[in-house]
Ligand binder design. Structure first.
Ligand code: CMC
Length: 391
């Protein structure tokens, strides 16, 4: 064991070389392919950023149109997938359904399992972008008991998300540009975040040469946990609990600081950001704007701001460098857009998809070795086998 370095949680271990995302946790800097997250969130659209993250350069107008067309070609999901959805109870969590459906896609798309050349890689990328969006919204339709919708070729990708989610047989869903803009921004802010838990999972699974859908399905499962993407749902549930409890945020601050209480202030703290999370800054501003534009006055926003203000001057949080992260304010926007809490982590997954694809692609292109960490064994030394009647 002498040669093995222990680093539980990989706090100080690099697992790969990557050209995709630059992150400086001390300075609060996040860039995709060299472009500042602030610029991308303000000036670009989600598919444009997806193209950048996956292929390395901002697309020209023609390239973006081509990409959007190619994705559109693959938005039809095999009808047999509907039988699989039918088999789930309505009460199933959308993230569990999404992970299973993504995995099920391998059965219908064998070429995404064995990508052998650049053309197959490009098709796999477009297929994944197209089909994942549709099945992600189907998890919501299932939960609500609504009939499933199909991609509308006359609408853009983000607008299609709204159509797929909310259009009912009783009448067309009217999209509001404020909502599309807000979603575009949220998806962009989630698009990649270097070697986080779900992305490392995607790369690890893919390193055995498992296909893109199988790897992404594993990434969805990793994202689900409340310490990772599941935090956005947990934040809103926490804010609602505080509201029900008479708005006493001080009580929850005390619980979070109590080392005998497992409760953590959800949406606070980050493995890498130690001064602020640049995504949280952009989202906080967006939350204010979206709520104002939609004319929503949500008391939960007030509670969130109170908690943030209290934590920023509290010794416990300050000394541990715990600041609001991306998940702290995103749920408030989702809620204002009419997206139910159980769907919040699915929203994160839709946003993170280009990052997972880009990282999987990079791992395959760079011919990375299979991921296989070592351990230090702490169990019994050699023991004599005991027959059953002697145990
Ligand atoms: N509330 C109260 N205490 C906290 C919190 C929190 N949210 N986060 C960390 N701490 C304390 C922790 O108890 C520890 O204290 P001590 O040194 O006294 O033992 C110290 O701060 C360091 O925490 P850690 O758990 O060792 O740090 P980590 O890098 O392993 O964990 C984290 C990072 C994000 C998992 C953690 O901060 C956390 O659980 N936050 C709440 C969940 C959350 O918001 N997750 C979303 C992360 S950002 C987006 C994403 O990845 O999806």
């Amino acid at each position: 064991t002498g040669a093995i370095t222990m680093d539980p949680g990989y706090k100080n271990s690099g697992s790969c070389m990557s050209d995709i995302t630059f992150l400086d946790g001390e300075e609060g800097i996040l860039r995709y392919r060299g472009y500042a997250i602030e610029d991308l969130a303000e000036k670009a659209g989600f598919l444009e950023v997806s193209y950048l993250v996956i292929f390395g350069e901002l697309p020209t107008k023609a390239q973006l149109e081509q990409f959007e067309n190619d994705i559109r070609k693959y938005t039809l999901v095999n009808e047999e997938m509907k039988n699989i959805i039918d088999g789930f109870p309505k009460t199933a969590h959308p993230m569990g359904v999404l992970s299973s459906l993504t995995s099920a896609l391998t059965a219908f798309n064998p070429k995404v399992v064995n990508v052998e050349n650049e053309k197959e890689m490009y098709d796999a990328v477009c297929k994944t972008m197209g089909k994942f969006l549709v099945i992600a919204t189907w998890t919501y339709r299932k939960m609500m008991g609504y009939p499933l919708n199909y991609y509308d070729n006359t609408k853009g990708y983000v607008e299609n998300f709204l159509h797929l989610m909310f259009e009912l047989p009783t009448g067309p869903y009217k999209t509001n540009p404020v909502v599309i803009d807000a979603l575009d921004k949220l998806f962009i802010l989630h698009a990649d975040h270097e070697q986080n838990c779900s992305t490392s999972t995607v790369r690890m699974v893919g390193s055995s040469h498992a296909g893109l859908f199988a790897s992404i399905s594993a990434g969805v499962s990793a994202l689900w946990g409340p310490l990772h993407g599941g935090a956005n749902q947990a934040v809103l549930e926490m804010l609602e609990a505080i509201q029900k409890d008479g708005g006493d945020s001080a009580k929850y601050m005390a619980k979070a600081k109590d080392k005998d209480d497992p409760f953590r202030l959800m949406g606070f703290g980050h493995r890498v950001y130690k001064n602020f999370d640049p995504r949280a800054r952009i989202i906080k501003k967006a939350a204010d704007e979206v709520l104002k534009n939609l004319g929503v006055d949500d008391p939960i926003l007030r509670i969130a701001k109170e908690l943030e203000e209290a934590a920023l001057v509290d010794d416990y949080f300050v000394s541990r460098k715990l600041y609001p992260n991306v998940d702290f304010y995103s749920g408030i926007i989702y809620r204002a857009l009419g997206i139910p809490t159980d769907m919040f982590t699915v929203m994160f997954a839709i946003g993170r998809l280009p990052g997972w694809i880009a990282q999987w692609k990079e791992m395959r292109v760079n011919k990375e070795p299979i991921g296989r960490p070592r351990q230090i064994y702490t169990g019994h030394p050699l023991r004599d086998f005991k027959p059953m009647d002697k145990r």
